[in-house]
Write a protein that binds this ligand. Structure first.
Ligand SMILES: *Cc1c(COP(=O)(O)O)cnc(C)c1O
Length: 472
């Protein structure tokens, strides 16, 4: 665009007031506030202005759409977008089951029902229905968690980071905590064990080396100042080769001999032995309790498949200290989370049921044959409709567990590989993110990959529609 054309285009843009007085804008006032309508008009005009300036700098850029009905339609879209919630469902076609950026675990149907009930009505959150006196919110999950895990005592807080902070502060403030050097992990969102330790007021004492730590390393570090021995499950990485770690059992024996409590941060925390389903062994919560750990903490929304929460199990003697800590109130779990958590945990009373009805476990244990059948079906439909604009193939790939769990686990899958003919794969990935609902996919070697492991069967229609929209 020549500079004089640019000036002409800029001058031709209508004023805000002119668009506002148009009957189509006036009609919006029946639904939306004046401020919102005006703001939407301003945004549309500003975008248009930017487009004109941009097309001036790009050689041969096409004419800018200036018709008034085009501007009014853009205002209408702007209004619709402004009133749509910012937090909304997306289709996870990445194949990463516990995707922290996409909200980790989708909940099971029972949890959703219970959350809806509790959210919409009053409840016995802190009322003992038998005595009529004040009750405890933790009671609703206490008995069942004890039953499943074998632990003496239970506490649930906002998340596992909070659980670790609360436990360290309650049991070791102003004192020393011994940790193996190989377990000083950082998980996503800059949660680092040494940093949490400092914030808790406890002093970190590192023992051993990155790859090898022995029982005598812990023994030699114990002194008058020691308050706790901490084991951290290296959930999101593995050290391979010449390695040695002290087992939880050995640590417990040492703790008992020296009169010191043992705590384990399990990270993911799982009630089902996934090895039975052909998945890499992840230590279970029951195993930690059986080994005699005094305090164990884990997330509610990782492998457990529930809402965001930090679950703390262990000996009553120590959990009573945690419960009295004012920090516990600051990290309190809210009633909706509690409702979702209780229902999720109840599903575990029947292990076969848990694998079937908890989305996280169902996706992790989904058979390759099933994934292939679904992928093939969708691939055929897409190929038939879109072959003029996109190559659509079926490919062998791997899904990931994610959420900082089971980093070495390879989950074989079949993906639909889209190779667009007119735009780049990166552009298609971006367009998919802008469909409604947004489709989140990954790009590999100039192809957009869609992994159905993390797409519910009920979402397939929306996925198909999203790909259509993006390639239109
Ligand atoms: C994920 C994780 C945490 C933090 O849990 P959140 O529930 O995300 O707060 C802490 N420790 C370990 C080892 C983890 O894997």
């Amino acid at each position: 665009m020549e500079p004089e054309d640019r000036q002409r285009y800029l001058r031709a843009l209508p004023a805000v007031d002119e668009l506002f007085r148009h009957p189509q804008s006036q009609a919006h006032l029946k639904i939306y506030s004046k401020a919102l309508v005006v703001a939407s008009i301003r945004r549309v005009l500003e975008r248009k202005r930017q487009a004109i300036l941009r097309s001036a700098s790009e050689q041969g850029a096409g004419a800018v759409e200036m018709a008034q009905e085009h501007l009014l339609a853009a205002v209408e879209e702007e209004l619709a977008a402004a009133t749509r919630p910012s937090l909304r469902p997306v289709i996870n076609a990445t194949g990463v089951v516990l995707h922290t950026n996409l909200g980790r675990a989708p909940l099971c149907a029972e949890a959703l029902r219970n959350i809806g009930d509790i959210a919409s009505r009053y409840s016995n959150l802190e009322l003992d229905l038998i005595t009529g006196e004040r009750g405890s919110r933790y009671e609703h999950v206490e008995e069942i968690l004890r039953q499943i895990s074998g632990a003496e005592s239970v506490l649930v807080v906002n998340n596992n980071a909070g659980a670790v902070l609360l436990a360290l502060n309650s049991l070791a403030e102003g004192k020393e905590v011994i940790v193996s050097r190989g377990q000083l992990v950082e998980i996503g969102g800059s949660f680092r064990i040494p940093d949490v330790m400092r914030k808790s007021g406890a002093r970190l004492v590192e023992v051993g080396t990155t790859n090898r730590t022995h029982l005598k390393d812990y023994e030699q570090a114990i002194n008058q100042e020691t308050a706790l021995l901490l084991k951290v499950h290296t959930s999101n990485f593995r050290i391979l080769g010449f390695t040695a770690e002290v087992s939880l059992k050995e640590l417990v024996a040492l703790g008992q001999a020296k009169g010191l409590p043992i705590m384990e941060d399990l990270g993911s925390g799982c009630f089902v032995d996934l090895a039975e389903y052909g998945i890499e062994k992840e230590p279970t919560v029951q195993e930690a309790i059986e080994a005699g750990v005094d305090v164990v903490t884990f997330s509610g929304d990782k492998l457990l498949g529930g809402p965001q929460a930090g679950i703390i199990l262990g000996k009553k003697k120590y959990l009573d200290i945690l419960k009295k800590n004012p920090l516990n109130r600051a990290l309190r779990i809210d009633k909706l989370t509690l409702a979702g958590m209780e229902s999720t945990i109840r599903v575990y009373l029947n292990k076969a049921e848990a694998i079937k009805s908890l989305p996280v476990l169902r996706m992790l244990t989904c058979r390759l044959k099933e994934l292939e059948r679904r992928a093939k079906r969708l691939q055929r439909r897409l190929a038939k409709e879109l072959s003029s604009v996109c190559q659509v193939k079926l490919k062998e790939e791997t899904s990931q567990v994610g959420g900082g769990a089971l980093p070495l686990q390879i989950l074989p899958t079949r993906v639909i590989a889209l190779r667009p003919l007119e735009i780049s794969a990166a552009d298609l990935e971006k367009k998919l993110r802008h469909t409604d609902p947004p489709v989140i996919a990954r790009v590999k070697e100039e192809e957009v990959l869609l992994d159905l492991r993390t797409v519910a069967e009920t979402e397939e229609r929306l996925l198909l529609e999203g790909v259509r929209q993006a390639l239109k």
